[in-house]
Design a protein around this ligand. Structure first.
Ligand code: GTP
Ligand code: SPV
Ligand code: MN
Length: 629
């Protein structure tokens, strides 16, 4: 950690601050103009935000920042024997999830943001942001965090620099991304980087003088703004998750999706796993599910099928690029997991439980009386007494969850016992199958295979899912979430579909991944899940990769039968031995319900006007014909 010599000096009386004159003159345009040189850019951000000090980070600052946050009450140390090296943070109760209503794509042309993003004209947004960022770091330290998304220097990797006034964010970025002296040297040496400015929006010095800090500073007004053309990120007012850890959704999805569109690759909301069959054949699967719909679970799956192993490569984001031989290669650009705590237990995700034994930051979970953590689903029975996520006494009679439904853990991927050998290979892995899924109580079968790449893009484009607590909104409400990217695509969603068609066309047809759709969440009339899920999902993955082997001539038995919505497992091809499940109900395709679904898809497509690629319209017509037939 180095403190910049020419940083603005500490000031208690804002009027005495020599930067005040600069402040009036520094605009977001000035900051944008300085992005070519990291030092000039940092100086411009400091002139705008007026921190007390500027500190450059390379990971070596971690222990000091943690000690400071323990002293200030931001982090509560957990019992060193029960949970070594681990901490609990409690956010402000009004800052608990991503805020999609305040997430903006500021492309020059409104049509490039598309109808599913909040658009603002770049200049108008720069003016608005200029007003809130001016002096917003008064009384605080501004940290400069150079980071790499993906293995440092890798051909698929990218650099970023996040400026933030939150030490919680600095420490979290150190887990979720690569922060190191090597990365700092690259950035300071002039390597290109994505500039990302973050402030909790809670200056400690104002007109009334200096205020005391609070454990979780934030601001009621929030902006999570992206400028796709200049690749800039500006986030204000929140310290939570994807709002604040700007390498994640803001860079690795919203900005990277635009880079991918322009450069011929894909940035997706996908987990990445390696499956090894009992015969020792390896396959890699990328799977897109909306937030809190089971990516982390599937990424760490413990197969119930004998002889199969699943190894984890990523649990949230994948960057995919056509490789030199017509294959599709993928990396996990992240270095850690920011996973949903509730529902994570020994039965549902033992690998996650093992990962979280030490060196983990928990946010908004409950605290046990002996200094450990708890959340709904960690154990079948809750402890008799807890301190809930708000810091209040809690007993099982409370009637409120002890952990916030979007409470999370932040932990290094390398700690995961199922992490794959070579998970951080800069060249990535070759993707054999792509899976799309969502939470659907009705209609959508357990698994279906696309008949072609175009059909696969149609499947991705038509995903809908019941809302979860990962963002604001009514939990359970059905919404469209194409490619599980609705909140994360930095450009027009229909252009995203065209881009997928283009990328697929550039791949070798013999090596192109097969595409599937899954649904673990189908329910019976009594509202019970029809499928046990979790480790049993290995049965579905096994069928998926068996289908890949069949497509490549490695197996000759019949694996699938046709249906209006795609290829379904042939009788006996999906191994359900030992399970008490109603496979007919799980795979049922109700033509009436699907005809309604097709009508809704047509309405949805219509919202994108003429940007919907023709093959998707044709696919919809084929679906209708098949349902009539
Ligand atoms: P983000 O990190 O928000 O992008 O989400 P994620 O997709 O990684 O979510 P995660 O894996 O943490 O999903 C958590 C929720 O999905 C919990 O409520 C789990 O209990 C539930 N879940 C995961 N897999 C299954 C499954 O196979 N069946 C059922 N019924 N629920 C599941
Ligand atoms: C999601 O909401 O999809 C997440 C959590 O993975 S956050 O990083 O907060 O976006
Ligand atoms: Mn996610």
């Amino acid at each position: 950690m180095t403190t910049l010599a020419d940083a603005p000096t500490a000031s208690t009386a804002s009027t005495a601050n020599p930067r005040r004159t600069n402040l009036a003159r520094t605009t977001l345009a000035d900051v944008a103009a300085a992005t070519g040189d990291v030092h000039a850019w940092v100086a411009a951000v400091a002139a705008l935000t007026v921190p007390d000090a500027v500190v450059w980070c390379d990971g070596s600052e971690r222990d000091e920042l943690v000690a400071g946050m323990v002293a200030s009450g931001t982090l509560i140390p957990l019992d060193p024997e029960l949970r070594p090296g681990s901490y609990l943070a409690r956010s402000d109760p009004a800052d608990v999830a991503r805020v999609e209503s305040r997430t903006f794509i500021c492309s020059a042309d409104e049509r490039d943001a598309g109808p599913t993003n909040n658009w603002r004209a770049p200049d108008a947004m720069r003016t608005e942001l200029g007003a809130v960022f001016a002096g917003c770091m008064r009384g605080r330290t501004m940290y400069v965090v150079p980071f790499s998304m993906g293995p440092v220097g890798g051909p698929i990797s990218q650099l970023g620099v996040q400026v933030t006034d939150s030490p919680y964010v600095v420490v979290s970025m150190g887990v979720m991304t690569r922060v190191s002296p090597q990365v700092s040297a690259l950035v300071e040496g002039g390597a290109a980087f994505v500039p990302a400015v973050h402030s909790v929006g809670a200056p400690l010095v104002g007109p009334g003088g200096r205020r005391a800090d609070v454990p979780w500073p934030c601001n009621e007004t929030k902006y999570i703004s992206h400028f796709p053309e200049s690749r800039e990120i500006w986030s204000f007012g929140s310290g939570y998750g994807g709002n604040a850890l700007l390498g994640k959704k803001c860079f690795a999805l919203r900005i990277a999706s635009v880079m991918g569109r322009d450069e011929g690759w894909l940035a997706e909301h996908m987990l990445l796993v390696r499956l090894t069959s009992p015969q020792g054949r390896r396959h890699h699967v990328a799977a897109a599910f909306p937030s809190a719909c089971g990516k982390t679970n599937l990424a760490m799956l413990r197969p119930t099928l004998p002889g199969w192993t699943v190894e984890t490569i990523g649990d949230d984001i994948a960057w995919l690029r056509p490789g030199p031989d017509g294959e599709l290669r993928a990396i996990n650009p992240e270095a850690g997991f920011f996973g949903v705590a509730p529902g994570t237990g020994q039965d549902t995700n033992p690998a996650a439980i093992a990962t979280l034994q030490r060196d983990t930051i928990f946010t908004n979970v409950a605290l046990t009386d002996d200094g450990d953590v708890w959340w709904e689903g960690l154990t079948p029975q809750p402890p008799a007494h807890l301190t809930d996520w708000t810091g209040a006494d809690w007993t099982p009679e409370a009637g409120t969850p002890a952990a916030h439904p979007n409470s999370r853990f932040t932990v290094a991927a390398a700690q995961c016992p199922t992490i794959a050998d070579g998970w951080d290979d800069p060249a990535g892995v070759v993707v054999d199958a792509i899976v799309f899924g969502g939470r659907r109580a009705t209609n959508v079968p357990l698994v279906a295979q696309a008949e072609s790449w175009e059909h696969g893009v149609f499947m991705g484009a038509t995903i809908s899912s019941e809302r979860t607590a990962a963002a604001e909104g009514v939990v359970g409400e059905l919404r469209r979430d194409p490619f599980a990217m609705m909140p994360f695509c930095g450009y027009d969603m229909a252009d995203h579909w065209s881009h997928w068609l283009r990328v697929g066309a550039a791949l070798d047809p013999a090596r192109r991944p097969l595409v599937f759709q899954v649904n673990w969440f189908r329910k019976d009339d009594a509202g019970r899940f029809l499928w046990p899920g979790f480790g049993e999902n290995s049965r579905v993955l096994a069928w998926v990769v068996d289908q890949v082997d069949r497509a490549r001539g490695l197996r000759t038995d019949v694996g699938a039968v046709t249906s209006p919505v795609g290829l379904l497992p042939a009788p006996g091809a999906l191994d359900t031995r030992g399970l008490d499940v109603d496979l007919d109900a799980l795979l049922a395709v109700d033509p009436g319900a699907w005809a309604l679904e097709a009508d809704l898809t047509q309405e949805f497509f219509a919202t994108f006007g003429d940007r919907v690629p023709a093959p998707l319209g044709a696919r919809l017509e084929r679906l209708r014909t098949a349902l009539d037939g």
